[in-house]
Design a binder for this molecule. Structure first.
Ligand SMILES: CC(C)(COP(=O)(O)OP(=O)(O)OC[C@H]1O[C@@H](n2cnc3c(N)ncnc32)[C@H](O)[C@@H]1OP(=O)(O)O)[C@@H](O)C(=O)NCCC(=O)NCCS
Length: 270
């Protein structure tokens, strides 16, 4: 079974040895040692590697499983790494703050909106408690129109599924996006405009490789929006989600890769 391995040797190995050592990354450490990090396929591979080091008369100091590499800084705290506010044609997007609880509660508390949302807090105070959670704020963007909040959006960077040996490569490479629009301003393309900006952030700014969005199949405005911004329906799960009305509902998962998407693309099936 392959795994990432870290080998420390004495002296500073020349970069050209990387080719001989199966393309392992070479890092020269301040204490005069070199750390080699790479994927070891199996025991035979490891023995071959160690034999080559011995043949090169390189003193082996230690060998251990390599820690998963840190994701780039902009993927650890994606929203904090970007420049705000971001204007679109008609809206201004910015990360949410705890002061936005009331502005978003104004429309989220409405039954026509909350019927599609995961939870319906009983009061503004209960809503504020969840809205102000650091994880929630770190993944929430609000969109304002003439200074008033008209939408809140989710952008959550996550790991893609991967086999264990390569899980570090899939770490924080995709995002899930979602939206909630004030019903006062539906039917005018504002959610489309904001969602397109989310895709710009995901693909152009954060360099993610895939973006997904999920909704109840009965939530027609939401999946129509997904199609309008160029996302593809990839999954139709049958009666997999229990709605608070007691009905088991179907869900859709949509996704886009950078190649599916262009900010100027016209998706005429609106
Ligand atoms: C899902 C939701 C954001 C969609 O709102 P929406 O108003 O339909 O979406 P938009 O603001 O992009 O407007 C699109 C509509 O405006 C029309 N439109 C007008 N001008 C437009 C423009 N410049 N660009 C795009 N569409 C435009 C479109 O034709 C479309 O109307 P249609 O669906 O009748 O064809 C909204 O219904 C909502 O917040 N629902 C409650 C919360 C929710 O369900 N969230 C998602 C959970 S998964």
């Amino acid at each position: 079974m392959s795994s990432r391995c870290e080998v420390r040797v004495d002296g500073h190995l020349d970069e050209r040895w990387a080719a001989v050592l199966d393309g392992f990354d070479l890092r020269h450490d301040a204490d005069g040692t070199t750390t080699l990090t790479g994927l070891v396929v199996d025991q035979a591979h490891l023995h071959g590697l160690l034999a080559r080091l011995r043949d090169l008369s390189v003193p082996l100091l230690s060998m251990q499983a390599a820690p998963a590499p840190e994701p780039p800084a902009q993927l650890k705290q994606p929203l904090a790494s970007l420049t705000w506010p971001r204007p679109t044609d008609r809206l201004v997007l910015r990360p949410a703050t705890s002061d936005d609880a009331e502005g978003t509660w104004r429309y989220r508390r409405l039954e026509t909106v909350s019927r599609w949302l995961t939870e319906v807090p009983a009061s503004l105070e209960a809503y504020r408690l969840t809205f102000e959670q650091p994880d929630r704020l770190a993944t929430t963007i609000v969109a304002t129109l003439d200074g008033r909040i008209v939408a809140d959006l989710m952008l959550r960077v996550e790991d893609a599924w991967a086999q264990t040996e390569v899980a570090h490569v899939a770490h924080r490479t995709q995002a899930e996006i979602a939206w909630v629009l004030d019903p006062d301003v539906t039917g005018q393309g504002y959610a489309t405009e904001a969602a397109r900006e989310l895709l710009t952030i995901c693909f152009d700014d954060l360099g993610l490789r895939r973006v997904t969005a999920t909704c109840f199949a009965d939530n027609v405005p939401s999946w129509r929006l997904m199609e309008r911004i160029g996302m593809r329906r990839e999954s139709h799960a049958v009666q997999d989600a229990l709605h608070r009305t007691g009905r088991w509902m179907d869900t859709f998962i949509y996704a886009a890769l950078p190649r599916d998407w262009s900010p100027r693309s016209d998706h005429p099936e609106v």
